[in-house]
Design a protein around this ligand. Sequence first.
Ligand code: FES
Ligand code: MG
Length: 572
Amino acid sequence: MSPEQRSSQWYAGTDRNAYIHRAWMRRGLPAHAFDGRPHIAIANTASDLTPCNAHLGEVAESVKQGIWEAGGVPMNLPVVSLGETLVRPTAMLWRNMAAMATEEMLRANPIDGVVLLGGCDKTIPSLLMAAASVDLPAVVVPGGPMLTGTFRGKPLGCGTDVWKLSEEVRAGTLSEEEFLRSESSMIRSRGHCNTMGTASTMACVAEALGTTVPGVAGIPAADSRLLESAHGTGRLVVEMVADGRRPSTTLTKGSFLNAIVALAAVGGSTNAVVHLLAIAGRLGIDLTLDDFDRTGSGVPLLVDLQPAGQHLMEDFHRAGGLLAVLHEVRDLLDPQALTVTGKPLVDHLDGARIWDDSVIHRREEPLQADAGIAVLRGNLAPSGAVIKPAAASPELLTHRGRAVVFDSIEDMHARIDDPDLDVDATSVLVLRGCGPKGYPGMPEVANLPLPTKLLEQGVRDMVRICDGRMSGTAYGTVVLHVAPEAAAGGPLGLLRTGDWIELDVAGRRLDVDVPADELELRRPAQEMTGAFAAPTRGWERLYVDHVMQADTGVDLDFLIGSSGHEVSRESH
Ligand code: FES
Ligand code: MG
């Protein structure tokens, strides 16, 4: 076994320090565990407070078996876990912290390679950011979606149906009692949300990037094949250490463009935009917002999954999964982009087939011809904003309407249902103060609820604009990630209720019909500045002082790039 193993810098030799490093680790481990074989961390985001990832301990056991079998030594490494539904003020505030903590613990310890166990929305992004910055051989095992639950004889889409059912209650078409009855049916099994929300999207994106064993994305958490894949991943990471295969040798701009093709073809979450930009930033790969528009446009939407469509992740897996989707758009993929297997992604598509073309459509019969995320610019979003046309109402994609402006989510909740609020179906609802700095952490609030009085009139969608994000399980004509955000001096902060807003998705424009000089005259008078966060200490302070805008991935400025895996000075 290789004496140049990184972990050998702790364990090799006969001196006092090597003795200390080995002795405390023995606890049943045989002497040959320290003979130079690779030590593999299993970075595990399992937590009872991240219910979507609570089962990852069992997945880790399968990974461990694979590592032992291939001649490595597995090391369980619990890392910061982020549960989307509980963590306040938003899990996104802690994504960079989780990434930083995982990066540093991998570097600080005698680790030669790592298996990354994630699931719930922020966990795979934070793990991949960490792996990129420590640049050790790394493979993701996505924890998998939950099985399909049912309510009133119909499948329940996790997340998406919460939004739908709660709107029905507000519209008076569903009783509160019935609504609450659906609660115990929402989560049928272990696993993450079963729609094409952010967790499922990031599993697909991780596979298209080449950072997972091909074919794993979308295997349900309760399916034995996930454990088989976890076992294979354990074997693979040992091989990767021997070959020196790591993020900097595997991931290229082409890998990211492949991920963007996958994102468009599956109709994935807009959150993938900020996550992919952040991961690329760690690798020094020049990925921009415009790459999403350029590469995504022309990619057909092939997957009919909620929130935009009908089916759920269990159907997606049964229908052939991501490899079947990528097989259909093979000509759009970079044939050179590698995977953790050492082979190009396209080489893994040969045997892929669609088993149910109502779930995964064939290229000739796409759900939409042009599915990508559109990037808008204009005097309301000089650095860009995004919209997912696949989740929007086609008739609203070109729209002129008067702004109804809210300065915070509290302001919105206080006034949205006010019978006297001057709003109609053509109005444009604007929510600001929800960007990375302003909130802080860029919460998923952009799909703000429609005013009840309009819901009662049958209105089901309106143009909404926000400097925050939107849940990957949500839908609607929502312009999000507006950059710069209001709290960073963006023009969104200068908008007033009654201003005319023009949305032109085909023309990629978002403008307010107010002359530039008049907008600037409003600048000192941002009465809403008090609504922005001003933390004085701790992570929030560090975050607000250093976070970058949505158009570059919302990472902290000093976390861009990589510090590598060099072993630091001795602790004794
Ligand atoms: Fe965890 Fe949806 S809440 S994936
Ligand atoms: Mg989410």
